[in-house]
Design a binder for this molecule. Structure first.
Ligand SMILES: C[S@@+](CC[C@H](N)C(=O)[O-])C[C@H]1O[C@@H](n2cnc3c(N)ncnc32)[C@H](O)[C@@H]1O
Length: 173
């Protein structure tokens, strides 16, 4: 992803669906001038903001795409967020929101799902996930994400409340 992105030196970048802020932090490290992380899940933003309070990288986090953000960015990055749209109309609306944020000539870079996506639901079990579908896998087909908190060995107890409000158990397309 970062290779495809190329240099972000002195660029203004919006990380759409920033989650815990992983990419937002990487973008800042790579010299982006302004990084705004946007996510609709308050729990994820709380985690990202807490890290920002400690680390002071100069990243802004927001749960609302205010009008003043429109046309302000050289790059909009959307990693693993497009599949959250549960209808085609929802997908169009998300793409339209992303493109409104760009300056003329700006770039929208998204990774809808990992290129090595594995259709077997049991494949992700060791990581505490199951991706299940009641129909054979097809482009645009619905997939249910199941999380098992017992398996999340990387999760520390203090993250519990944030994960619980992060809205992660939902229907994906
Ligand atoms: C799988 S996470 C990926 C997080 C981050 N991009 C990463 O790669 O680490 C997807 C995130 O997108 C957020 N999201 C889903 N739909 C969204 C929307 N319409 N607007 C903003 N955030 C959204 C979710 O709350 C979640 O935090």
């Amino acid at each position: 992803m970062l290779q495809r992105l190329g240099s972000v030196e002195q660029m203004d970048v919006l990380d759409f669906g920033c989650g815990s802020g992983l990419y937002s932090r990487l973008l800042k490290e790579r010299g982006a001038r302004r990084v705004v992380g946007y996510d609709e899940a308050e729990g994820m933003l709380r985690y990202a903001s807490r890290r920002e309070e400690k680390e002071r990288r100069g990243i802004e986090y927001t749960s609302r795409l205010a009008d003043r953000l429109e046309g302000q960015f050289d790059v909009v990055l959307g990693v693993y967020v497009l599949p959250y749209a549960s209808t085609r109309e929802g997908l169009h609306a998300m793409c339209a929101s992303m493109s409104r944020l760009l300056r003329p000539g700006g770039r929208l870079l998204t990774l809808p799902i990992h290129p090595a996506y594995e259709g077997d639901p049991e494949y992700y079990r060791p990581y505490g996930l199951r991706l299940v579908s009641d129909r054979p896998h097809e482009e645009g087909g619905a997939v249910q994400l199941e999380l098992s908190y017992d398996h999340l060995c990387m999760m520390r107890p203090e993250h519990g409340p944030d994960w619980a409000t992060a809205g992660h158990v939902q229907e994906e397309r």
